[in-house]
Design a protein around this ligand. Structure first.
Ligand code: GLN
Length: 193
C-alpha cells in the first residue's frame, strides 16, 4: 500500500513523518502522473488558494478525478480542497465531500489554537491543533461527523473521503491517520474502529 502526500506547498512533511512512523510507504506527489502510483492521498494544510494556483486548471481536474474516486484525507486547507462549497472568499472545491466550509472562520487575529474535544474514534477525546482554520458550516446527510468544536463538525467522513479542519499530523496522536489507513485498506469507509 502506497500513500501519496500532495507536496506542492504547506505542511506535507509532517504528514510524511507521521506516515513513516506508522510504517507506510510514502510518495511525495508533485506531478499529477504520480497519482497513478498511489492507493490513497493526503492533502495537507497550507493555503488552499495557493494550491489552486499551483495546480492550474488541468492539475485541478486530475486531482478532482482522484479525490472523487479514491481514498483521500484532507487536513485544513486540504479539507477546503475537498469541499463541495467554499466561502470567504468563494473558490472552487473538488466536491469530494458534501460540506460547505468557511475559510479563516475564526479570524486572522487568533492564528492558532489547541483544544481538546470529544471524538468518536476509539480512545475518545483528542487534542486538536487549529491554524487559521476553516469552519464546516454545513454537512450533508451522507456525512458522518466524528468530532465537533462548538457545535460545528471538525472531523468528517463520507465514503472514501476523510476531512479534518485541524492538524492531526502536528500532535503525537496517530488515530486519525490510522483511521484513514484503515479506509484505504478497506477500499472505502469502514466501521468507526
Ligand atoms: N487558511 C488556510 C486556507 O484558507 C488554511 C490554513 C491551514 O491549512 N492551516 O486555505
Amino acid at each position: 500500500m502506497k500513500i501519496g502526500v500532495l507536496a506542492l506547498q504547506g505542511d506535507f512533511d509532517a504528514h510524511r513523518e507521521m506516515l513513516e512512523r506508522l510504517g507506510v510507504d510514502v510518495v511525495m506527489v508533485r506531478k499529477p502522473a504520480q497519482l497513478q502510483e498511489i492507493d490513497g492521498l493526503i492533502i495537507p494544510g497550507g493555503e488552499s488558494s495557493t494550491f489552486l494556483k499551483l495546480l492550474g486548471e488541468a492539475g485541478f481536474d486530475e486531482l478532482k478525478r482522484f479525490v472523487t474516486s479514491k481514498p483521500t484525507f484532507g487536513t485544513c486547507a486540504g479539507a477546503i480542497m475537498l469541499a463541495r462549497e467554499v466561502e470567504n472568499p468563494a473558490q472552487k472545491g473538488t466536491g469530494a465531500i458534501d460540506i460547505r466550509v468557511r475559510r479563516n472562520a475564526y479570524g486572522r487575529q487568533i492564528e492558532s489554537t489547541i483544544l481538546t474535544s470529544e471524538c468518536e474514534l476509539p480512545g475518545g477525546e483528542m487534542e486538536m491543533v487549529y491554524i487559521r482554520a476553516p469552519r464546516i458550516e454545513e454537512a450533508g446527510p451522507g456525512v458522518e461527523v466524528l468530532a465537533k468544536r462548538d457545535g460545528h463538525p471538525v472531523l468528517v467522513r463520507q465514503g472514501k473521503v476523510l476531512a479534518a479542519t485541524f492538524h492531526p499530523e502536528l500532535t503525537g496522536d496517530t488515530r486519525v491517520h490510522e483511521t484513514f489507513l484503515k479506509m484505504v485498506r478497506n477500499g472505502a469507509a469502514g466501521e468507526k474502529a
